[in-house]
Write a protein of this length. Structure first.
Length: 289
């Protein structure tokens, strides 16, 4: 089993509670399901791949966690409504929503086709909105609750994956809007922004990319990559009563990576425009228009 049977939170903290986790069949979503489940929370996992969901539910159940799953493409609002309805029918409540499902692909911005751009925006931004809206309208608007959106380290832009950077920044902003609009319903809305996380996808990377990926630790003050459990622990904190006064915030879980070097190399050039004047001492030319 990948996830470790330890929690810093007290046993039974979430007894009688219920969480819906998107993308919960693997990776960070599954780690969050384990962390919540070990604390007494029942979980519904919603994702696209039935097989993965079934195996995650089997693992969770073997650990004594009450878990169900539903196949759901979060881009489809009817499937989202069905996932929330399924959760309410199965457990009669919805205390926590964790929007973890997401997807993107590496590409320089100039090469992203419209279809790919739309797919990433629809999944990461619109899908998250569908889930928040449905959770609010079907349950939390009347009963309160807490939402955590898993986003990304897009605080300085996201060169190399501009589509997901734009979408995740959109979710960061959505988090703030909903925190204000829904405060009077007793709903808290926060986000977690993971940095470079060593996760279940690593084995599927091409060998040369595995090396590049591990070397990213050199750009992180922590001098190591993060783990799925570390992201899960932070996400779960935002659902605990200890976070009762926290809403509209984004918690970075990145070993201070977003405060230091970036992974993006800018090639040497003298192409940048200039407003008057001549090249400064040490500059390599420039047109000085
Ligand atoms: N994981 C990645 N893309 C997804 C989608 N569209 N729906 C649910 N889970 C996903």
């Amino acid at each position: 089993m990948e996830s470790k049977p330890l929690s810093i939170y007290r046993d039974g903290l979430f007894d009688g509670r219920m969480a819906l986790i998107t993308g919960g069949g693997s990776g960070i979503g599954k780690a969050i399901a384990f962390e919540l489940g070990r604390l007494g929370c029942s979980v519904v996992l919603a994702a696209r791949k039935a097989e993965r969901l079934e195996s995650a539910v089997t693992e969770l159940s073997a650990a004594g966690i009450t878990a169900r799953s539903i196949v759901c493409n979060i881009r489809d609002e009817e499937q989202v409504a069905a996932a929330v309805a399924f959760t309410l029918e199965a457990f009669g409540r919805l205390d926590f929503l964790v929007n973890n499902a997401g997807g993107q692909f590496p590409s320089p911005a100039a090469h992203i086709r419209t279809k790919g751009w739309n797919a990433v925006l629809e999944t990461n931004l619109t899908g998250t909105f569908f889930l928040c809206r449905e959770a609010h309208n079907a349950w939390m608007g009347e009963h309160g609750g807490a939402i955590v959106n898993i986003i990304a380290d897009m605080h300085r832009g996201f060169p190399g994956m501009a589509h997901t950077g734009a979408a995740r920044a959109g979710v960061d902003n959505l988090t703030k809007s909903l925190a204000v609009e829904w405060a009077h319903c007793g709903i808290r809305v926060n986000a977690v922004a993971p940095g470079i996380i060593f996760g279940s996808g690593y084995d599927n990377y091409a060998p040369h990319f595995q090396q590049v990926f591990l070397a990213m630790a050199d750009n992180i003050p922590a001098r190591r990559l993060g783990t799925e459990e570390e992201v899960a622990c932070a996400a779960v904190f935002l659902l605990t009563p200890g976070a009762a006064y926290i809403s509209g915030d984004t918690l970075r879980v990145d070993g201070a990576g977003s405060l230091w070097r970036t992974h993006w190399e800018v090639p040497p050039h003298d192409a940048f425009p200039r407003y008057g004047g001549q090249p400064l001492p040490g500059e390599s030319g420039g047109s000085g228009e």
